[in-house]
Write a protein that binds this ligand. Structure first.
Ligand SMILES: Nc1nc2c(c(=O)[nH]1)N[C@H]1C(S)=C(S)[C@@H](COP(=O)(O)O)O[C@H]1N2
Ligand SMILES: [Mo]
Length: 453
């Protein structure tokens, strides 16, 4: 039986979609589970439309029927709450425009490569979210004074022996006015891929706090002990050497996101006629801080000019920026953007390497060609350079598609760690097969490729 169906059996009232969002406009990093990236040319408005908003889902997308669905609020509370969607819609509603970015956005740019979805620039978007304040729900349940964390769980369940996706939100952030349980995204009911019928929105913090398909909130005096709190979404306490292995004890949970900007136009390797002005545009955001300024360099970082910031703004939303380059000379140029936030932090020239490839926030750069053809580039070898592996087909493709494997850029040691992780999560690999499988992975998906475009 396909794992999707086994998982569905565990959760009455939910079925699991093979792929809930049918779109040919997003970059499919993984079709099953759904990891879909927005190509930068579609990031061209302050609000990102629902049908092009990136999707990041660890497991199969649950299709929840709104009628039997309930949100249960329990744990360290004086009155356990069980709310229907109508109960929630009858509470006072709040609307917040907030940017959501996956902690792994930009992972593909880290060297040496790190395992995980190889996002480039587009695991980020901004939407207007409508729902109720999480604080209002917690007050209704009369959360007791000793509560320090709210555990958030959704209707998705881990495949195989992989752990459930449960996140733990510190009570101070849970009580903030802008922290929502949202049922609408850009004025429409939440799309299935974005968490229908109810999701958390935790503005300013990395995306994984914004738990989708919410079913259960639990107030607790302690942090949750599951893998998505104690192992995932953590960042080294101190800078580490590139490529180092870091013990969990030397990490802290990721929360707020640092200052960052991306150039969305021109796209990579765009060609322009000589003699015409050229607009460099994009977005900048800074977690819980605001953007103070964005600068653009058209000479590879030698000099910087201020960009104009767009008028649209909200406390936790990105700012659009634009810079008109009036007199680009003929030739190829490296155009950069660099944002500074109200905390005084500026994007670094290169992001600090960390084993999970989180928070890539280096100054952004695109190559622009004026009055000239795109210079020929070395062509990367194709993702799957032919060949086959019966072992891979039979042992690795029951829980996810091959693309999640093919996009990695790992060496034998890196593949060994991945295979061991998958065995831990239930991949049926016997001792004798392990080495053959690693050899197949190294042969089929060589490490020394640049990340997929
Ligand atoms: N239940 C559940 N919620 C989840 C996830 C998930 O896998 N399961 N992914 C998280 C991550 S890692 C991110 S970045 C955001 C992405 O939200 P989106 O898919 O609406 O863009 O959802 C978060 N909420
Ligand atoms: Mo994420």
């Amino acid at each position: 039986m396909a794992p999707g169906f086994a998982a569905a059996a565990l959760l009455p009232g939910a079925s699991f979609a093979q792929r809930a969002l049918s779109t040919d406009r997003l970059i499919i990093r993984s079709g099953r589970p759904e990891d879909l990236e927005t190509p930068v040319h579609l990031l061209n408005s302050w609000i990102t439309p629902n049908d092009v908003f990136f999707v990041r889902s660890h497991f199969f997308t649950p299709i929840v029927d709104a009628a039997p669905w309930r949100l249960q609020v329990d744990g360290n509370v004086e009155s356990v709450l069980i709310l229907t969607l109508d109960d929630i819609r009858r509470m006072p509603s709040t609307t917040v425009t907030a940017t959501l970015e996956c902690a792994g956005n930009g992972r593909a740019f880290f060297e040496p490569p790190v395992p995980g979805v190889q996002w480039r620039k587009g695991a980020v978007g901004t939407a207007t979210w409508t729902g109720v304040r999480l604080a209002d729900v917690l007050q209704r349940a009369r959360v007791t004074a000793s509560t320090r964390y709210i555990w958030l769980d959704g209707a998705d369940t881990g495949v195989g022996a992989a752990p459930d996706f449960i996140r733990s939100l510190p009570i101070e952030k849970a009580m903030q006015r802008e922290t929502l349980l949202a049922y609408e995204m850009n004025g429409e009911p939440l799309p299935v891929s974005h968490g229908f019928p109810l999701r958390a929105i935790v503005p300013g913090w990395e995306g994984a706090y914004s738990v989708k398909w919410l079913t259960h909130l639990q107030a607790s005096t302690r942090d949750h002990d599951g893998a998505f709190v104690q192992a995932g979404y953590r960042y080294p306490r101190k800078p580490v050497a590139a490529g180092a292995l870091v013990a969990v004890a030397d990490t802290v949970p990721l929360r707020d996101m640092p200052v960052k900007s991306i150039i969305t136009a021109p796209g990579p390797d765009a060609v322009f006629p000589a003699g015409a002005p050229l607009t460099v545009a994009g977005f900048a955001w800074a977690g819980e801080a605001e953007i103070a300024r964005v600068e653009v360099s058209t000479d590879g970082g030698g000099t910087w000019q201020p960009a104009q910031l767009g008028r649209d703004r909200a406390r936790y939303a990105w700012r659009q920026f634009a810079y008109v380059w009036r007199t680009p000379a003929a030739g190829s140029h490296r155009v950069l953007s660099r944002a500074t936030d109200t905390r005084g932090m500026t994007q670094p020239a290169t992001a600090a390497w960390n084993p999970a490839g989180y928070v890539w926030n280096a100054v952004d750069a695109v190559a622009v060609h004026v009055g000239t053809a795109v210079p020929p580039r070395a062509v990367d070898p194709p993702i799957a350079p032919g060949g086959d592996s019966a072992l891979l087909t039979s042992r690795c493709l029951s829980c996810h598609d091959v693309e999640l494997i093919a996009q990695q850029r790992l060496d034998a040691a890196g593949w060994g760690r991945e295979v061991d992780k998958m065995i831990g999560w239930g991949a049926p690999v016997t001792g004798g097969e392990r080495e053959r499988l690693i050899a197949d992975l190294v042969r089929l998906f060589p490490a020394h490729r640049s990340a997929a475009p």
